[in-house]
Design a protein. Structure first.
Length: 237
């Protein structure tokens, strides 16, 4: 079953997506970049209200060019209550500095999800190298939010291979990157653990805009419908 991750910027938005039945509440400030971080107080507030009921993740900010800062940023989000912490990276041929920082963050311990950018997607050997640091999951997303979407950047075969190979490594798998409702059916066909949304949930499909409850419910219903259609029926008594 593919779950729905909804990126929110504050407690009010978290309440909206929770009421709509999302699976993951993801804290991110879209005005601060691709993986802009929210304030620690926001993480604490959302964790206090929803941390026991939803999978709660938080981004650490756009800091892939300064990997030495990753462990402390991950620790701050973990301590604030985020069950999963998302770290962005251009993950093709990852540097020693990045790998060492990821290993240090995972050893805190923390459940780290590496967000690989589709503009320069990792090769299969890179996924295995990243997995060896102790991370919990791998996600494929877009770094540029004014450019092509995930499916505009990468062909279906590459996306499917990413999911299959990450799953074979025992990792949580996710796909995101300017996803729209039309992306739900084809991406669910690859069976990632979750699909991530922000712009498609906002008014005028603008990621920095106001969250629209009707759009959240529409995406949630599309994912739920895929489950009902694709899952095999259970045998009766």
């Amino acid at each position: 079953m593919t779950g729905m991750l909804a990126s929110v910027r504050d407690l009010a938005e978290a309440r909206v997506v929770a009421a709509c039945g999302v699976d993951w509440v993801d804290l991110k400030e879209p005005a601060r970049g691709a993986l802009g971080a929210v304030d620690i107080a926001t993480v604490e507030a959302v964790a206090a209200e929803f941390g026991e009921r939803f999978r709660l993740s938080a981004t650490i900010g756009d800091c892939w060019e300064t990997p030495a800062s990753i462990p402390s940023r991950v620790a701050a989000m973990r301590d604030a209550g985020a069950a999963y912490v998302k770290v962005g990276a251009f993950a093709r041929s990852p540097s020693t500095a990045l790998l060492e920082s990821l290993a240090a963050a995972c050893a805190l311990p923390a459940r780290v999800i590496v967000v690989c950018f589709a503009e320069l997607p990792p090769e299969p050997r890179d996924l295995a190298t990243l997995a060896a640091t102790g991370i919990t999951g791998l996600m494929l997303d877009t770094a540029r939010k004014d450019g092509p979407s995930l499916r505009g950047l990468l062909p279906a075969a590459v996306l499917e291979r990413f999911v299959l190979e990450a799953r074979a490594l025992g990792l949580v798998t996710g796909l995101a990157g300017r996803l729209a409702r039309d992306d739900v059916a084809p991406l669910c066909g690859f069976a990632p653990d979750y699909l991530g949304f922000r712009g498609a949930l906002c008014s005028a499909a603008q990621r920095t805009g106001v969250l629209d409850p009707a759009s959240v419910r529409a995406v949630r219903e599309m994912l739920s419908s895929r489950v009902r259609v694709d899952e095999p029926p259970t045998s009766g008594d």
